[in-house]
Design a protein around this ligand. Structure first.
Ligand code: NAD
Ligand code: DAU
Length: 366
């Protein structure tokens, strides 16, 4: 084995938020495709579920650390003990509706947490030399929501679109992106930023549109559609996102941002109706599931349309999504149908409390 292959095989990457939706998919994807060990730091908030990674219980390359990214002392110890060759930073508060009800946690984790992680990474980077130093990367996973909202005829978001975040969540992610940018420019930390569109797939918490619709449909509950349901999102299958992140980590240019999207712009109402049709086929009920659709009061400050121009990552790194929306959505619905126990487990007391808080006050329009 060459010395650089040995280095890659023996030096771990540090993932934050690996028990969440995208993080868990990424950890599993990493174990399938890469040789390096992986250390997963996760605070196990309501959104973090170690069960997602139960398959790795006997995997010697996998280490789980229960802890918070705002804990600088813990971060320092982690970097000193594991000497990671890279950081892939997913940990965040991620739900827009929750950020409207309670922005504090978003500012704490997404801004202060990212700041502390950057500082710890910087200290670690300063201790590295030679090839190990040259190989180090800090990859920050962010969102298309930092760019604000688009009109129907507007061009898709590119990496040069000015930031215009509209929700507390988006503002906190935009702030974290700017911190990462500054740590690259001022301290020469070798950073990469990815801004991606709406993910969907296995292990997504049923507070987000697609898993909420599937779970509510199966439970015979209303399927809440905000406003007129004509808001557009650019849906990206989570496996494609994981592939893109690995590509950016291995080959992205330092200090650069890469937009990642699915080329799948859909109106919310169409997404909900498509899920209903899939369920009618795969788990037929007494009546069509679409009869459960209810239009409810809109989300305050709701962004009308997101769309990603992913030509940069395609041109520079040769990445393109491998899944279409019809195949990805069918696989997702099938996964939720086959994993009813997973949904049941995550719909705990905290979840029910959230559903009450978010939906109870929304007037149903006939
Ligand atoms: P998620 O809410 O499902 O998971 C977040 C994870 O972070 C959880 O495991 C949680 O326990 C952990 N976490 C939260 N606060 C923490 C803290 N202070 N310290 C350590 N761990 C903490 O989120 P997701 O949907 O998987 O999103 C992952 C990342 O991708 C986020 O940064 C999000 O902004 C970004 N993103 C998500 C999407 C999407 O569609 N889900 C799209 C674009 C970008
Ligand atoms: O665009 C990327 C972002 O996508 C990520 O940065 C966020 O972390 C992620 O949560 C997601 O944000 P959205 O707000 O777009 O996702 P959500 O699933 O909450 O909503 C998708 C669309 O569906 C949005 O227009 C709001 C609408 N919606 C959502 C819910 C939960 C409904 O109509 N009804 C609902 O009950």
């Amino acid at each position: 084995m060459s010395s650089s292959a040995e280095f890659v095989a023996s030096s771990p990457i540090l993932v934050t938020g690996g028990c969440g939706f995208i993080g868990a998919n990424f950890v599993l994807d990493w174990m399938r495709h890469e040789t390096s060990p992986l250390v997963n730091l996760d605070a196990l908030t309501y959104a973090g579920n170690p069960e997602n990674l139960a398959a790795l219980a006997d995997e010697p390359r996998y280490t789980f650390v229960h802890g918070d990214i705002t804990d600088s002392e813990l971060l320092r110890e982690l970097f000193a003990r594991h000497r990671p060759r890279a950081v892939v930073h997913f940990a965040a508060e991620s739900h827009v509706d929750r950020s409207i009800h309670g922005p504090d946690a978003f500012l704490r984790t997404n801004i202060d947490g990212t700041f502390r992680l950057l500082q710890a990474a910087r200290e670690h980077y300063a201790s590295l030399e030679g090839e190990v130093r040259a190989a180090f990367r800090f990859l920050h996973v962010s969102t298309d929501e930092v760019y604000g909202t688009l009109e129907p005829e507007d061009a898709a978001f590119s990496e040069t679109t000015p930031y215009a975040p509209n929700s507390p969540y988006a503002a906190s992610k935009a702030s974290s992106d700017l911190l990462v940018r500054a740590w690259h420019h001022t301290y020469a930390l070798p950073t990469l930023i990815t801004n991606c569109s709406n993910n969907y797939g296995q292990y997504q918490f049923p507070e987000k549109l697609i898993p909420l619709t599937i779970a509510n449909a199966l439970a015979g509950k209303p399927l809440p559609v905000y406003g007129d349901g004509q808001q557009v999102r650019d849906w990206l299958f989570v496996e494609d996102h994981c592939t893109a992140i690995r590509r950016v980590l291995s080959s992205g240019r330092l200090g650069e941002t890469y937009n990642i999207g699915g080329n799948n712009q859909r109106a919310n109402l169409d997404v909900v109706k498509t899920i209903c049709s899939l369920l009618d086929e795969l788990r037929p009920g007494a009546k069509p599931y679409a009869e459960q659709i209810r239009f409810v009061e809109d989300r305050p400050g709701h962004d009308r349309r997101y769309a990603i121009d992913a030509t940069k990552i395609e041109r520079e790194l040769g990445w393109q999504p491998a899944h279409t929306f019809p195949t990805g959505l069918r696989a997702t619905v099938e996964w939720y149908l086959a994993n009813a126990a997973w949904i049941e487990n995550v719909m705990s007391g905290e979840y029910l409390h959230w559903i009450e808080r978010n939906y109870a006050g929304r007037e149903v329009k006939a």
